[in-house]
Ligand binder design. Structure first.
Ligand code: IMP
Ligand code: MG
Length: 177
């Protein structure tokens, strides 16, 4: 097994600040904090850094979490997505940003976006750190995107291989060897 640096810690940090600025610019200032909805577990570091970068821009955030699991089985088109942990709060009339580590087939985020839209948020956007455009099966638009990467398995900065490497501070390609 070996890890090959794909995106350095410094580049992740720089891009995260830019994404915070994009989020801030897209949401008018109101009396309600921006609701950052992190998808567990992969988004934790990204959500944490993003939320503090928003504070530096004078924007307050509410942190919420959901956990989902998707089965990438043979029935490709069905793409079942199971909610393992739902939100604790109402999102009605709120500015919501779904924060995800990576957009791969697109199943998870397209399902989540449909499910959450029904709850009538004021705005609903997706901010994903990474995207693998070649792996897309379901079309889904991410309003904010950190980096497009090749269709390779990556770990670090929250992303795991069998629950390992989440605390690697940069993004690396995982080589089985
Ligand atoms: P999608 O529904 O296929 O877009 O699934 C996205 C989810 O698959 C992400 O939230 C990750 O948990 C996982 N995933 C996809 N690609 C990778 C990868 O390269 N490394 C680690 N996890 C990945
Ligand atoms: Mg994930």
């Amino acid at each position: 097994m070996s890890l090959e640096v794909l995106i350095s810690e410094a580049d992740v940090a720089r891009r995260t600040k830019e994404l915070a600025a994009e989020i801030s610019a897209s949401i008018p200032v109101s009396d309600q904090p921006i609701m950052l909805l992190g998808i567990l577990k992969g988004s934790v570091h990204f959500l944490s850094d993003l939320s503090r970068a928003l504070w530096a821009l004078d924007r307050e955030c509410q942190l919420e979490f959901m956990q989902v699991s998707s089965w990438h089985g043979e029935m490709a088109s069905s793409g079942i997505v199971q909610i393992k942990k739902d939100l604790d709060s109402s999102i009605e009339d709120r500015d919501v940003v779904i924060v995800e580590d990576i957009l791969d087939t697109g199943r998870t985020l397209s399902h989540l976006k449909e499910l959450l839209a029904v709850r009538r948020p004021r705005s609903l956007q997706i901010c994903t750190l990474l995207s693998k455009p070649e792996a897309r099966i379901v079309e889904v638009e991410a309003e904010m995107l950190g980096f497009e990467i090749p269709d390779k398995f990556v770990v670090g900065y929250g992303l795991d291989y069998d629950e390992r490497y989440r605390n690697l501070p940069y993004i690396a390609v995982y080589h089985q060897d």
